[in-house]
Design a protein around this ligand. Structure first.
Ligand code: ATP
Ligand code: MN
Length: 483
């Protein structure tokens, strides 16, 4: 009995003239003789050579694109171009037929990414999506490895919460009520005391607040889980359900925080470059072809692989929000009124066109912006003393990446109870609901910091894809929850 071998291992091995069995899906079948077989272990296919003269015609007809087959035979050196080994099949078994009339993935007509999104259940079978999801897998493993090597504790924060971490209000409600007939109070309002948790609850928008609680005893923790935002933003950078990595570290200040985030990003990109060289070479080629469709001035100067290596080999540019505003005010697109939102004064939030200008045109590398105006950031960020102009800022940091914009958002956290409570009052955040969060500032508070890395934005950057809906298996976005 020969055991099944994965195609990736076969293509890498030097052994020949051994009998083996492979199983996979037919990518193409040429001249009634050459099967290109793929089993998802790599983008590359194994050539299976069929002895068609001695094979039943009925069976040959069933070797169609998409069919699942098992092939047993001798692994031999290949005479053909482009492959070192091939399988001389002695026996072929059809495990699952695939009707060529109705199978939507025929090689002849290259399907568009939009079309593939509609058949997300089958798109794993294309080279592009095979590569994307193997890279996604590596990145997620590398993230755990990075933190585990540094003694961080993987903490599972709740998916159902009663808090809206940012106070932004873009949450999905969780309820057991019969929506047509929820219990009402005497005054006619919905009576949440009757609901499953006896209070209004929602899907988490961030594990940060609970993460901080863990860090206040375990020192260094990270979360890596799904987060949900009911923001009605139909962009190529937002999903309603996405995965986030949120480390929180006791005794870290903002500089330590930035160092960790930069080291993490470089580590995982390096890991993917090493581990997924074939897949990234394929995706780089794919992107190069896509770039050719663009007008010259919009084309990227670097290939995907070059961009990733550039990111590894250069320090991220660190500057304050105030310095960034000054650069933007003096910039050509601002002076020529080419920005949709002109940069006039200090204090406004940066639009993605401004972030992209800084990263792609001015510095031409990843940028970390720090010390944002207090008014545009969350309540838990550590407050700086007002500057000479009286401007009030917080110890925030956003990491901006080429083509992506914000990939990381983080800060040193406000550990001083009086400052924190005052800020919550100013921003209308109910202190009584967050009593447990405030307790950490009462009992052994210490300087600490953390950040959130949007996992799909990372996958987007590393794969060079243009739409976040293409880097998660089954994207959730407004008006879509298919599959
Ligand atoms: P943005 O301004 O791009 O909407 P944000 O300020 O809302 O981002 P944070 O609340 O700081 O983002 O979340 C931390 C990280 O999570 C972001 O840096 C980003 O990488 C990612 N992220 C945020 N919202 C989404 C989303 N809807 N879909 C995918 N990733 C997201
Ligand atoms: Mn947002």
């Amino acid at each position: 009995m020969s055991q099944r071998k994965k195609i990736k291992a076969l293509l890498e091995s030097t052994e020949t003239n051994v009998e083996i069995t492979v199983k996979g899906w037919v990518r193409s079948f040429r001249n009634n003789q050459f099967i290109a077989l793929n089993d998802g272990s790599t983008n590359n296919t194994l050539q299976v050579v069929v002895d068609f003269e001695n094979t039943d015609a009925a069976l040959l007809k069933r070797i169609t694109t998409g069919a699942a087959i098992s092939a047993t035979g001798l692994l031999v050196e290949s005479m053909g171009k482009g492959q070192r080994v091939e399988l001389k099949a002695k026996e072929i078994e059809i495990l699952g037929d695939c009707d060529p009339e109705s199978y939507p993935l025929q090689l002849k007509n290259r399907p568009s990414l939009e079309f593939l999104r509609e058949i997300a259940h089958l798109r794993f079978r294309t080279n592009t999506f095979g590569a994307i999801f193997r890279v996604r897998n590596s990145l997620s493993f590398a993230i755990h490895q990075f933190f585990q090597e540094r003694g961080f504790v993987y903490l599972h924060t709740p998916i159902i919460t009663a808090s809206d971490a940012e106070g932004a209000g873009e949450t999905f409600h969780v309820t057991n009520f019969d929506l047509a007939n929820p219990p009402k109070t005497d005054t006619g309002e919905i009576d949440f005391s009757e609901d499953f948790f006896a209070r209004p609850t929602n899907l988490t928008v961030s594990g940060q607040l609970e993460g901080e609680l863990g860090a206040m005893a375990l020192s260094d923790i990270y979360t890596f889980g799904p987060t949900f935002r009911a923001e009605n933003s139909n962009t190529t950078r937002h999903l309603a359900e996405f995965w986030m990595i949120e480390p929180e570290m006791a005794f870290y200040d903002l500089n330590d925080n930035m160092d960790l985030a930069e080291a993490l990003l470089k580590y995982v990109i390096k890991y993917a470059l090493d581990k997924n060289a074939d897949d990234l070479a394929f995706l780089s080629q794919r992107l190069a072809e896509e770039e050719k469709q663009k007008p010259q001035q919009d084309r990227s100067e670097m290939s995907l692989i070059e961009k990733l290596e550039f990111c590894l080999n250069n320090d991220f540019e660190r500057l304050t929000y105030t310095e960034a505003i000054n650069i933007l005010k003096e910039s050509t697109p601002n002076k020529k009124k080419k920005f949709q939102y002109l940069v006039e004064g200090w204090g406004t939030d940066l639009q993605s066109e401004h972030e992209r200008y800084l990263v792609e045109k001015h510095f031409k590398k990843p940028v970390i912006l720090t010390d944002y105006p207090k008014a545009i950031k969350a309540f838990y960020m550590r407050q700086n003393e007002p500057d000479a102009n009286g401007n009030e800022t917080v110890r925030a940091m956003d990491i901006l990446f080429p083509g992506i914009g914000e990939i990381v958002g983080g800060s040193q956290r406000e550990e001083r109870l009086d400052r924190l409570e005052k800020r919550m009052d100013e921003m209308g955040i109910p202190k009584e609901e967050l009593w447990w969060y405030l307790d950490t500032r009462r009992f052994g508070a210490c300087p600490h910091a953390g950040f959130g890395l949007g996992f799909e934005r990372l996958v987007l950057f590393v794969t060079g894809m243009g739409n976040i809906r293409d880097v998660i298996p089954f994207p959730r976005f407004p008006k879509n929850a298919e599959f």
